[in-house]
Design a protein around this ligand. Structure first.
Ligand code: FRU
Length: 599
């Protein structure tokens, strides 16, 4: 069946009219056509006649961003920035039509030449297939259903459910159009995708922020309302508020937004906590290269209290995504306050990283106990925007990070989606040679992923020891747990590698007391010159070390001594690393246990 829809709209008589003719086969549902009117100057209007729920937009990642104004009765209802295909189509993204009045709809597209491929490539559908089509897509790490993700946002636990919101672009797999995506989980391991929670408005895009459960109804939205505080990123960055009275299913924006403004250009990422001693809400905001503290009785009216940062820690870039938690010191009854401070650029290996400060907090001022030290939470290159769940059960502090780095996040070799989160980690403080350090242990829930340990052994490494197969049917999802006891080696090393000669080289240098991971030959490293590097953790000298390595399709997360030191790095091998080669230099060492679990 062939359908041609011609719209010779009177008001557009002197405009070029392109009529798209769509052909359907007789056994398919009728696909109505699109009418495209070119207005000159790379500007066109698309009108539709359809009952379909979705308009599929063809994306070419190297194309410039088109400005897409969605108009109803000639009034703009939303603006998207979309890399509409000019020469090639990399993939499609869906645009939801279901709440729009289609006869009154005009999609007003600017910055796309008349000759661009997109004008004849829009499609209509009722469903969008989010099945994985990519070999590098993680399996047990959270990824968005499609499109781009960066920071985890608004993580909150309520009534048995962990909510994860995240910086989300539903209109392409590169940064832009920031929404809060949403997913829920009962166990931190399997995640259910939920509809987008908060969408951009006239105050701006929806940047990072946090959620709290308002147990005392301080804001007046209702007892136990989930209140989200986020940055409205418009001309300026201001702080806004949205609330949910249906357990996070839907959010309403507060009519008094924004609730906090500033002259500072970088003024964002509100983290809100309840400070019990004064029964006050505290907001920590990233402002340039410092953190500012504000207080409030009702989440709406905020009073400036203090600033922290100058002269403390790393300052190679702006500070972003703060968190403030009171954490238990292992082996004691004491607690200290930990201020998480993400920084970009200025991380130890270039680009993004998470530093932290340990000190005290009195509801107004944070006081750093070791101003002379810079402390990093993770010694990999792909651990950023780390924050913790609010209201987590059993006084737990559960953190996750965005597993990427702004140096190359937009270029990593995936398409249908871009970026994953780290596995969840439980935080605690430990005393290490007189200094407190923040330990990140894989959350115990992750053990439900484990199959049988299929490679259990112990062995001595005298120069070389090979394991020809880590797993029988290795899909790239596994956890290695091992303990190494040194005898007299100066270098304890092992490589994980695949049949293509791609490898990751881990080495404990006992002369210098550091542990490194080299991903220079780990697979596809071609997309950025910042990617093929070695990351190093200053773990000190010790005769015994335990390691847990979590492998997924495109990441390795290494936990040393149960998380005293952590290294999170992306890797893009063409097939899973299924072999290991242990080597020693200067002496021997023993691997007293080596277990591989498929996950
Ligand atoms: C951190 C960040 C935040 C900001 C968000 C925007 O990665 O730059 O500071 O709110 O991403 O997506």
């Amino acid at each position: 069946m062939k359908i041609v829809y011609i719209d010779l709209a009177k008001g557009f008589r002197n405009l070029a009219i392109a009529v798209l003719t769509l052909v359907t086969t007789s056994c398919q549902a009728t696909i109505p056509p699109f009418v495209v009117r070119h207005l000159g100057n790379d500007h066109g209007i698309v009108q539709l006649k359809t009952n379909n729920k979705l308009l599929l937009l063809p994306i070419e990642e190297s194309a410039p961003e088109a400005r897409v104004n969605v108009m109803q009765n000639q009034k703009n209802v939303s603006t998207l920035h979309v890399r509409l295909a000019v020469n090639n189509i990399d993939y499609y993204v869906p645009f939801d039509l279901s709440n729009l009045d289609i006869p009154a709809l005009a999609i007003n597209v600017q910055n796309v030449p008349d000759s661009a491929l997109c004008w004849r490539s829009f499609e209509l559908a009722d469903e969008f297939d989010t099945q994985n089509r990519e070999s590098h897509r993680p399996v047990y790490h959270f990824t968005p259903p499609y499109g781009w993700m960066n920071d985890p946002n608004g993580m909150v636990y309520k009534d048995g459910t962990y909510h994860l919101f995240y910086q989300y672009n539903p209109y392409g797999s590169m940064w832009g159009n920031m929404h809060w995506g949403h997913a829920t989980s009962q166990d931190l391991v399997s995640w259910q995708h939920q509809p987008v929670a908060i969408s951009p408005d006239d105050l701006g895009a929806i940047f990072s922020g946090s959620c709290v459960v308002d147990k005392n109804n301080t804001a007046g939205f209702g007892k136990d309302a989930i209140v989200a505080l986020y940055t409205s990123a418009g001309e300026r960055q201001t702080q806004s508020l949205a609330y949910s009275i249906d357990n996070g299913k839907s959010f309403s924006k507060y009519e008094g937004n924004p609730v906090l403004t500033s002259e500072a250009p970088d003024f964002r990422d509100p983290k809100v906590i309840w400070y019990e001693p004064t029964e006050t809400w505290i907001m920590i905001l990233a402002v340039g290269q410092e953190m500012q503290f504000f207080s409030s009785a009702n989440l709406k009216d905020w009073t400036y209290e203090s600033s922290f940062g100058e002269g403390h820690g790393a300052h190679g870039g702006v500070w972003e995504c703060p968190d403030l938690i009171e954490v238990h010191i292992e082996g004691s009854n004491n607690k200290e306050w930990v201020l998480l401070c993400n920084i970009n650029p200025g991380g130890p290996f270039g680009g993004s990283a998470t530093q932290y400060f340990i000190g005290d907090f009195n509801g107004k001022v944070f006081n750093n106990h070791s101003p002379e030290l810079t402390k990093w939470m993770d010694y990999g290159k792909d651990h950023y925007a780390t924050v913790t769940w609010s209201n987590a059960p059993d006084n737990r502090h559960i953190a996750i990070a965005w597993m990427s780095n702004w140096q190359y996040a937009n270029q990593v070799p995936t398409k249908q989606f871009r970026s994953a989160n780290s596995i969840p980690r439980d935080l605690s403080l430990v005393n290490k040679e007189g200094n407190l350090i923040l330990k990140s242990t894989p959350s115990p829930e992750l053990e439900i992923l484990r199959g049988e340990a299929s490679n259990k052994r112990s062995f001595t490494v005298n120069k070389d020891y090979n394991i020809d197969k880590l797993l029988d049917n290795n899909k790239g999802l596994y956890e290695i747990v091992m303990t190494i006891k040194n005898k007299d080696a100066e270098f304890i090393g092992f490589r994980l590698f695949n049949s293509q000669g791609e490898e990751v080289d881990f080495c404990y240098n006992l002369i210098e007391g550091n542990f490194s991971m080299n991903r220079a030959n780990s697979g596809d490293v071609s997309f950025s010159k910042e990617f093929p590097i070695t990351t190093i953790a200053p773990i000190g000298k010790t005769d015994e070390i335990t390691l847990r390595i979590f492998a997924d399709k495109s990441s390795l997360e290494l936990f040393m001594n149960d998380g005293e030191y952590v290294m999170t790095n992306l890797v893009f091998p063409s097939t899973p690393y299924n072999r290991a080669n242990f080597y020693s230099k200067g002496g021997n060492y023993e691997v007293t246990s080596f277990d591989v679990y498929s996950l």
